[in-house]
Design a protein around this ligand. Structure first.
Ligand code: ADP
Ligand code: TYD
Length: 220
């Protein structure tokens, strides 16, 4: 159990948090959506209150910005991309995640700033240190989740899964970037695993095995 102080957001009280902030990460197609749903089902079937969130989005501003981010016709630089993600992230942390944790609820989030390091840093060439320092300013005490999980999968396998999932991959701004881009993104995730306290789960395992590993992690 740890004590978080959120005075920077205008709260005066300290908040007790029971390691209930979980982030699931990985390249597109790694299995995040599948595993997040299974984890939430498990927690809810055990009478836990769960807040289900996904980046970018989850607030009114975040959802508006998500529409811009997903529109490949809107030309912008990697720097602007990062700033758009960072705005979404700050609002989600301030408006939703901090309140939910204060209430003692679980927060299960699909992606966080690890995606910015992997996609905008390793994928699009932004300076990783700069992404991290701007993220720290935006998130303050919510910079590090209680449990961070990266589902790791070779890029070709993730692509094959995505091809089955989407009718037209090329419609999406990110999913049209190709194998080389995704290889860099995966390298970014592997770098994060080496440098931060993040659990790596082999995404080649069965859906059930991965789910069992995640449940073990949150029970510890
Ligand atoms: P993400 O949210 O990371 O993009 P999804 O959870 O949507 O990934 O999974 C992408 C596709 O791969 C889906 O069709 C899903 O059913 C399938 N899938 C997910 N996990 C596995 C797994 N461990 N083994 C095989 N297929 C999987
Ligand atoms: P989304 O449809 O949410 O993808 P997925 O279901 O795979 O999570 O689109 C989000 C896209 O944005 C995804 O390709 C990853 C990318 N992204 C970044 O590039 N940087 C970020 O900081 C975040 C949160 C996402």
């Amino acid at each position: 159990m740890k004590l978080l102080s959120f005075s920077v957001y205008g709260y005066n009280e300290n908040m007790l948090v029971n390691n209930k902030y979980v982030v699931i990460e990985g390249i597109d197609g790694a299995g995040k959506t599948t595993q997040k749903k299974l984890l939430i089902d498990y927690l809810r079937s055990n009478n836990q209150v769960v807040c289900d969130v996904k980046e970018p989005g989850g607030t009114l501003l975040g959802e508006k910005i998500r529409q811009i981010i997903k529109d490949s016709k809107i030309v912008r630089s990697p720097e602007s991309d990062f700033e758009l993600f960072n705005i979404c992230r700050r609002e989600l942390a301030q408006q939703i995640i901090s309140q939910e944790l204060t209430l003692g609820h679980w927060v299960i989030c699909d992606r966080n700033w690890f995606s910015s390091v992997a996609y905008q840093g390793f994928g699009q060439g932004l300076l990783v240190e700069s992404i991290i320092s701007q993220t720290k300013k935006a998130l303050v005490d919510l910079f590090l989740p209680d449990i961070s999980i990266i589902i790791d999968l070779p890029v070709d396998m993730a692509f094959n899964r995505l091809k089955k999932r989407h009718d037209d991959i090329s419609n999406d701004n990110f999913e049209s970037k190709g194998l080389d881009f995704y290889q860099k993104v995966r390298d970014g995730y592997l770098w994060l695993i080496k440098n931060y306290s993040i659990y790596k789960i082999d995404g080649q395992q069965s859906i059930k095995t991965i789910n069992q590993s995640i449940i073990k992690l949150i029970q510890n």
